[in-house]
Design a protein around this ligand. Structure first.
Ligand code: ADP
Ligand code: MG
Length: 922
């Protein structure tokens, strides 16, 4: 009844997890005969039926129990829904999900991570839980690593969803807001993590509810989840606009670095530390610091007396970043130059991350070092880490070939459990022992030899490298020996998927930076469908195309035999990565679905991992074991030592990410509160009543300060009170006569006046316009203050690192201070909302029939309109796959609202006469 693999008796936790799900797989199988006989129409009809049953289960359920009830109801429908999708898949795609795929789908439905090896068909696995959860109509998101895969999967799996009457959307980088909204309105939406995250941020900068594109965060399945939630976790999404700053300082600081000398820390025989040279480098932690001599020299070279003077903070910062740029960041490793721009290269994938910039002046320092134009520093307008974005979802699930090594991190940070799902066919790939050479040169020579010998046998090879630089070095060696090959790296990634798809052809040699081409299946003998698609233009009719496809298929089948005879795909690693997971990912490209295959890593003592993290002991042992020129060492001890080093680095990286998360938690709560407030404003839940309450609070505050309860009238500071009334509410001093009144009477009098002022304005504008006016003012204030707060927090973070705290924990200090900043910001928001709403004085100009906010032009505090600011969305790694070379940065340099267009606040006046005036005056 169930596949053989599942029938085996298991022992480990994962196996027990799987065993629990096996009966459900059997139940799905049992439904198959009754589903099979349905007509296409009847099968599609199942969707409506299941939806009706879901609705029935939720009928009359109390609000607070809906969530629980819904999840129970969905669970009850699981077997039937999965059986329906399985049959739809057979009919629409010709693939019948295997039992292990059903199991993988159940794990996803439970909100866990399904570890399934490469080639197990995770794309298809996702359709089952997606369909089930989409029955609620609340929108399911499927997250892919790049735009190309989002498009591919939405189209491919869309056939199943459409067959069953579900709508499918796909978010692409180039889409407009209107189009995005349509895609989000679908039952299922595919897209990259960055698109989802940025849409969330952008939605929270919108001025109308209707222009928000997302409709909630219900259930997300994250494909290649380790890449997104672990490798990318350290990079927050940031929307920024340029700030006014002077770039000269970067050029100036850049010039002095070559004149500084690298030194080191030394200990004398008493253990006293001294330093030599002008600066010290620590590659492990990527830090570079000036020594005292270095500081003195830098001061002289730049021409400042004291770098640590507050007035010279820019110069100090500039020198530090220039030093890092020169000593820790290498061209074609950490970054590359293209079209006069410094582009960051992702350390994990070797891909270029267009539009992404290092923060805190580092990017500018690298630009100065490379002599390209310095882009103006950007100020953060909105930001979120991927961790916190994904934690917004009611239910989160993930899938990948490599999660188990990071299971504890997934659990601790995301509360995601990992379940390892067995492969459909037994895995027969042979993973050979690492071989270690004394020098990198010898290593690369042997790598080349091995490639040549594979090629002679007709065995395809996929070579993994850690950087573009290494890829090119190897490519050069192969060229010398006239070995045809393709190099897959950041520079070519538009064609990545296409090339990887053919990497299984006999004799092909593909060099790829680690994890490049993730998500693309390597079929032994090549992928005839993809190849035919590529050559479609050569054909003139559907018949011709079909003939071409048939021909390519038979060629591929033949070639597959050659490759199988040669041992399948061979994976050749040229260096161990810092994380075992990434090595496993590379290995996993071979041996899919029971194919034969093999893998081997070639290492040298000069590799970064060995050099920086390998112990001295290891080096000594290696030498003792005898390292002759060209003769490698293959020894279990070496592999164990490497694994230890990797575990150590993994642990450290986890700590870094956790640390970052702890800091980000603070910001996350604050963002949640502000975005919540914003949403209330947009929904009209913050209006007149709330403003009057705020006014009341402020009145009490000024009463308490100037007319204290415990003091008599002769001790009151009525002058200061008058000023406050003017300042906050625009009440002209003396216009209210307080003489002979007691405190309570004065309070009542002012309150009455406030109500009167407000009502008068409302009468003038009409209630509808007044509501829009309130909303617009509040949003302006909130956004401006939030933006300033983000800047302050950036500085605070920077400062926390620099300040000495003695015994105190910097995180605790950071939490305390950021909380204080946040509280102050909220007070400023309240003050300003009241000030603007009470003081802005609408005047009706009879002649033109227009209302003008007279005082808006001289608003007490500048009210810069976000709409006229230069807004710039830097889409981090979003661009990859198909269209990555394009720099996806949107610059908004012109006001979005034309000066003569109607003001977006809805007043009916021209923008320049309404809020545009405030913006212009700012
Ligand atoms: P993964 O994401 O797990 O690496 P993919 O989703 O890219 O794997 O699928 C790998 C290949 O397996 C695809 O070519 C797909 O068509 C095929 N495949 C997946 N599931 C099935 C199935 N049940 N029957 C036949 N082929 C399948
Ligand atoms: Mg995949």
């Amino acid at each position: 009844m169930i596949d053989r693999v599942l029938a085996k008796v298991f022992g480990t936790q994962h196996e027990r997890d799987i065993k629990k799900l096996a009966p459900r797989a059997a139940a799905i199988n049992a439904l198959e005969p009754s589903i099979k006989v349905l007509s296409d129409g009847e099968l599609r009809g199942k969707t409506a039926e299941l939806r009706a049953r879901l609705a029935a289960a939720l009928e009359g359920v109390a609000e607070e129990e809906v969530k629980e009830a819904r999840s129970r109801a969905l669970d009850d429908l699981l077997e039937e829904a999965f059986a329906v999708v399985r049959e739809a898949s057979v009919r629409a795609l010709g693939m019948r999900p295997f039992d292990v795929q059903l199991i993988g789908g159940m794990v996803l439905h439970q909100g866990k991570i399904s570890e399934m090896k490469t080639g197990e068909g995770k794309t298809l696995v996702a359709t089952m839980p997606v369909y089930l959860n989409a029955l609620t109509g609340r929108g399911v998101h499927v997250v892919t690593v790049n735009d190309y895969l989002a498009r591919r999967d939405a189209e491919w799996m869309g056939k199943i969803y459409n067959f069953l009457g579900l709508t499918v959307g796909c978010i692409q980088n180039s889409l407009s807001d209107d189009e995005r909204k349509k895609q989000y309105a679908c039952d299922v939406t595919y897209g990259t993590n960055n698109e989802f995250g940025f849409d969330y941020l952008r939605d929270n900068m919108k001025f109308e509810l209707e222009s928000m594109v997302q409709r909630g965060h219900i259930y997300a399945i994250v494909d290649e989840v380790d890449s997104i939630l672990i490798d990318e976790a350290r990079t927050p999404l940031i929307i920024s606009g340029p700030s006014e700053e002077n770039t000269d300082v970067y050029y100036k600081c850049n010039r002095i670095i070559p004149r500084l000398v690298k030194g080191e820390e030394t200990k004398d025989k008493y253990g006293n530390k001294t330093t030599t040279g002008d600066y010290l480098i620590d590659e492990k932690s990527k830090t570079a610091v000036l020594t005292e001599e270095g500081v003195a020299k830098a001061e002289k070279l730049i021409g400042v007396k004291n770098l640590y003077d507050l007035a010279n903070i820019d110069a100090l910062h500039g020198v530090e970043q220039a030093l890092r740029a020169h000593t820790l960041y290498k061209k074609d490793v950490e970054y590359m130059i293209k079209d006069g721009q410094v582009l960051i290269v992702d350390e994990f994938t070797g891909r270029v991350l267009p539009g992404r910039r290092w923060s805190d002046g580092l990017h500018q320092a690298v630009e100065a070092k490379e002599g390209v134009r310095i882009e103006r520093e950007n100020q953060t307008l909105a930001t979120i880490t991927l961790q916190n974005y994904f934690r917004l979802y009611e239910k989160l699930a993930g899938m990948t070939g490599t999660a188990d090594t990071e299971a504890s991190e997934f659990h601790q940070i995301y509360k995601l459990d990992v379940v390892v799902v067995p492969t459909n066919m037994p895995m027969i790939r042979i993973d050979h022992q690492d071989v270690v050479y004394a020098s990198e040169r010898e290593k690369f020579e042997s790598v080349t030899d091995e490639i040549v010998s594979c090629r002679e046998r007709g065995q395809p090879v996929l070579v993994g490298t850690v950087s573009i630089e290494k890829s090119e070095r190897l490519s050069g060696l192969l060229k010398d020996r006239k070995v045809p090959h393709v190099v897959l790296n950041a520079k070519f990634h538009e064609k990545e998927a296409e090339i990887v798809a053919q990497a299984g052809k006999s004799g092909s040699v593909t060099i790829a930076t680690n994890m490049a081409g993730r998500g693309t299946d390597i079929v032994l003998g090549g992928n005839p469908e993809a190849f035919a698609e590529h050559r479609r233009a050569e054909t003139k009719s559907a018949e011709e195309f079909a003939a071409l496809l048939a021909q390519l298929r038979s060629e591929a089948a033949q070639d597959r035999e050659t490759v199988l005879a040669a041992g399948g795909l061979h994976i050749l690693g040229t260096e161990r990565h810092e994380s075992r997971r990434v090595d496993n990912q590379l290995r996993g490209r071979s041996g899919r679905q029971g194919d034969p295959g093999s893998s081997r890593f070639f290492l040298s003592l000069e590799d970064d991992l060995m050099r920086i993290f390998g112990s001295d002991r290891l080096q000594k042992v290696m030498r003792k074991l005898g390292m002759e020129e060209g003769v490698p060492i293959e020894h279990g001890m070496v592999s164990r030592a490497i694994e230890r080093a990797q575990k150590q680095v993994e642990g450290r990286n986890f700590e870094t990410r956790k640390h970052l998360l702890e800091y980000d938690d603070v910001m996350n709560r604050q963002r949640g509160e502000i975005y919540g407030l914003r949403l209330d404003i947009l929904k009209g839940k913050q209006g007149k009543d709330e403003v009057l309450v705020l006014a009341d609070v402020i009145l009490d505050y000024t009463l308490g300060r100037n007319l204290p309860e415990d003091k008599g009238p002769d001790e009151w500071d009525t002058a200061a009170f008058d000023l406050d009334l003017k300042e906050y509410f625009g009440i002209t001093p003396g216009s209210l006569d307080f003489s002979g009144k007691d405190r309570d009477e004065i309070r009542e009098m002012v309150l009455a006046a406030l109500r009167e002022i407000y009502e008068a304005k409302e009468k003038l504008l009409g209630p509808e316009t007044m509501r829009l006016h309130e909303r617009f003012v509040m949003l302006q204030v909130v956004d401006q203050q939030w933006k300033d707060h983000l800047l302050a927090i950036d500085h605070l973070k920077e400062g926390i690192g620099l300040r000495g705290y003695g015994q105190r924990d910097p995180l605790v200090e950071y939490k305390k201070e950021s909380f204080e900043l946040f509280t102050l910001m909220k007070e400023r928001i309240e003050d300003q909302i009241v000030q603007y709403l009470f003081r802005l004085q609408p005047v009706v100009r009879e002649a033109e029939g227009e209302i003008v906010d007279e005082e808006a032009r001289h608003a007490p505090v500048a009210m810069p309109s976000r709409r006229s600011a230069n807004v710039n969305y830097s889409y981090g790694a979003a661009a990859s796959g198909g269209q990555g070379a394009k720099v996806e940065t949107i610059h908004r340099s012109a006001p979005k609202v034309g000066r003569n267009e109607p003001c977006p606040c809805g007043s009916g006046r021209k923008y320049k006469k309404c809020h545009g005036a405030a913006a212009a005056g700012a």
